[in-house]
Structures are given as structure tokens and as C-alpha cells.
Design a binder for this molecule. Structure first.
Ligand SMILES: Cc1cc2nc3c(=O)[nH]c(=O)nc-3n(C[C@H](O)[C@H](O)[C@H](O)COP(=O)(O)O)c2cc1C
Length: 337
């Protein structure tokens, strides 16, 4: 049984003190401004943008740059970049620093072939010296902390997270986060938390652990078992920003009673409203389908309902759909849900 007392703590990232240790992971296609805003409301202590292409920023792609915008409640936040070379990484700062991020994070974990071809993402696990070079280029331009997110290695035969972390630290990284799966694993199989523990024991640097965090209890277990400084929720936060309040309660040794179905739907629509505010209704509707599906996971009747969700075309239509869904749930449960 995990002793959860005192597991909720601040994390120091160079000159920055983050008041708590519950992080929202960077998630391409998910952690946009709207999702980060709702996650902050629910207790995320630190949020990262989804990965942003340094090359595209340097080329002046405005749509890419839009991804770097902070939400009104992100007093602190990190911008994650992906880059295969020091020149473009450093070059992108000219356009990214005006957003006043608290941290710049370098992605060394993305497994997608298109990204790897450019030498970025998890390709950097195969060229750890390049991690040092890129981080050095970044830290020589800015005094805001640079953090690095790594995997455990490229394949199970080439596990090299300790070397990758060493390179990052030599370049001046202020924090390492690790998703301890190899590139070959993508997101399947179990993440190997022993890597997190080894990393923490080997280096005197704050370490944030990622991998298979779906409940507050998981967060407590990772902190206890690995000694890491903080945890980063990824798939566990999709459709469930409540995970931050849950984890905070658990880490403080408090009882957590989950949200009601009404509260889940209310959060989903607040999230939706933010998306409309930032991108307009047509784009928000497209973006929100996957989120709305995720919010209904685990709700009775949710699976059949999700077939309808993918066909909605306006906020009004979705609101009506969800009202009807909640009404049916209430009637079926007899005394409220
Ligand atoms: C859809 C998806 C998108 C992701 N995008 C990013 C990204 O942009 N940058 C990054 O460093 N990691 C990214 N990741 C990895 C997550 O941040 C996290 O490390 C990983 O999912 C392991 O945590 P989990 O097992 O709790 O999901 C992504 C993962 C998923 C599933």
C-alpha cells in the first residue's frame, strides 16, 4: 500500500518553481489551448503544448505558431519543439520566445516516420550527441529553462536513456522527462518504470515520469516506486481532465469521489466552448469529436452513443445530443445518475 502523504510537492525547473508535481504531457492533436485550459482548471500544475515543428516556425508558418499560444490560466507553461538540428531549433526561438513560455522542451520521443526522417523526435535517441548540440544551442540563446523528453531507447537492444539524459544535461537541460518505452514499442506494451528510477538515481536532476498513468493511485505508485519528482498524464487525461484533481487528492492522502456523469458532460462542453472561442465552430466541432468520445468512455451506454458523436456538425446539435443522453441515463437509473 502506497503511503500517499506528502507525495504532492513542488518541482524546481532551473529558476522556475512549479507549485505541484502533476504535469499534462505534450500530446499531438490533443493538448491544444482549449484542452490545456480545462486541465489547468482541474488542477494540472504544469502544461506543455503539443510538439511544434521548429522548421515550420522558422519558415514562418502561422498555423504552426498558433499552437504556441497560451491559455489565460496558463501563468506558466512549456512549449515543446521538435527539431533534427541545432540551427532550426535555435532559429525557432526568435518566434517562440515572444510567447513568454516558462520552459522550452525538446521532443526526443516521437516515433512517427515522417518526424524521424528529419532526424527529430525519437531519431535523436539514435544520435544522442545531437541532443547535446541542440540543447546547447537553445540554452546559449535563452535563460529560460530547457527541458528534454526522452524514451528508453530506439529498440530493446539499444536502451540508452542514461546516455541520452547525460547528453541533455551536458547541453544544459534543467529537467528530464522520460516515457520509458522504446521507439519500436510506440505506445504499446507496458512502460518500464525501472528506467525512471535508474535515471533519478544516476543524475541529480528533476525527473518527470510518463507511462501508463490512468488514475491518481498510478501517480502515487510511480512517485513512490521510482522516486521521480513529478508525473505526466498523457492518455489518462484524454476525456478525463479530472485526473488532476483526483491525483492531487490521492497524493495528499485525501478521499476522492469522482465526477458525476453531469459533471463530465459539463466539463466536456466547457472544453468545447474554449475550442470554439479559439478556433471557431467548424474547426472546433471537428477537433472535439475525439474528445467528446473520450469524455463518454466508461459512461453507461457511452459506446452506442459514440457512434452518434462522430456525426455531429454543430455545437447546438451536440448539446441536444448530450442532453438527451443524460436524460436517458437518468430515466434508466431511476434515482439520478
Ligand atoms: C496521441 C498521442 C500524441 C502524443 N504526442 C506527443 C507529443 O507531441 N510530444 C511528446 O513528447 N510526446 C507525445 N506523446 C507521448 C505522451 O506524452 C506520453 O509520454 C506517452 O503517451 C506515455 O504515457 P501514457 O502511457 O500514460 O499515455 C503522445 C502520445 C499519444 C498517445
Amino acid at each position: 500500500m502506497v503511503n500517499k502523504k506528502n507525495l504532492y510537492k513542488p518541482v524546481r525547473i532551473g529558476k522556475l518553481e512549479v507549485p505541484g508535481n502533476l504535469f499534462l504531457a505534450p500530446l499531438a492533436g490533443y493538448t491544444d489551448r482549449a484542452f490545456r485550459r480545462i486541465s489547468r482548471e482541474m488542477g494540472a500544475d504544469f502544461t506543455y503544448t503539443e510538439m511544434i515543428s521548429s522548421e515550420a516556425v522558422v519558415r514562418g508558418n502561422d498555423k504552426t505558431l498558433d499552437l504556441a499560444q497560451r491559455a489565460p490560466n496558463e501563468e506558466i507553461y512549456g512549449i515543446q519543439i521538435f527539431s533534427g538540428n541545432a540551427e532550426s531549433a535555435a532559429g525557432s526561438l526568435e518566434k517562440l520566445l515572444p510567447f513568454r513560455p516558462s520552459v522550452i522542451d525538446l521532443n526526443c520521443g516521437c516515433p512517427v516516420p515522417k518526424i524521424i526522417k528529419s532526424g527529430a523526435g525519437s531519431a535523436l535517441m539514435q544520435t544522442p550527441e545531437k541532443i547535446r548540440e541542440i540543447v546547447k544551442a537553445l540554452t546559449s540563446i535563452t535563460d529560460i529553462p530547457v527541458t528534454v523528453k526522452i524514451r528508453s531507447g530506439w529498440t530493446s537492444d539499444t536502451i540508452n536513456y542514461l546516455h541520452a539524459a547525460e547528453m541533455a544535461l551536458e547541453g544544459g537541460a534543467a529537467l528530464i522527462s522520460i516515457h520509458p518505452r522504446t521507439r519500436s514499442q510506440y505506445y504499446s506494451g507496458k512502460s518500464d518504470w525501472s528506467c525512471i528510477k535508474n535515471l533519478k538515481e544516476e543524475f541529480d536532476v528533476p525527473v518527470i515520469g510518463s507511462g501508463d498513468l490512468y488514475t491518481g493511485e498510478d501517480a502515487a505508485r510511480m512517485l513512490e516506486e521510482t522516486g521521480c519528482d513529478g508525473v505526466m498524464f498523457a492518455r489518462g487525461a484524454m476525456g478525463n481532465p479530472f485526473i488532476f484533481s483526483e491525483a492531487k487528492a490521492v497524493l495528499n492522502g485525501e478521499i476522492w469521489t469522482g465526477p458525476s456523469e453531469e459533471e463530465k458532460v459539463e466539463a466536456a462542453f466547457r472544453h468545447f466552448d474554449y475550442a470554439v472561442e479559439y478556433t471557431g465552430e467548424a474547426s472546433a466541432v471537428k477537433e472535439m469529436r475525439k474528445h467528446l468520445c473520450a469524455y463518454t468512455k466508461g459512461i453507461q451506454g457511452g459506446s452506442a452513443f459514440r457512434n452518434r458523436i462522430v456525426h455531429g456538425t454543430s455545437v447546438r446539435e451536440y448539446k441536444e445530443m448530450f442532453e438527451e443522453f443524460l436524460k436517458n441515463l437518468r430515466e434508466n437509473s431511476g434515482d439520478g445518475i
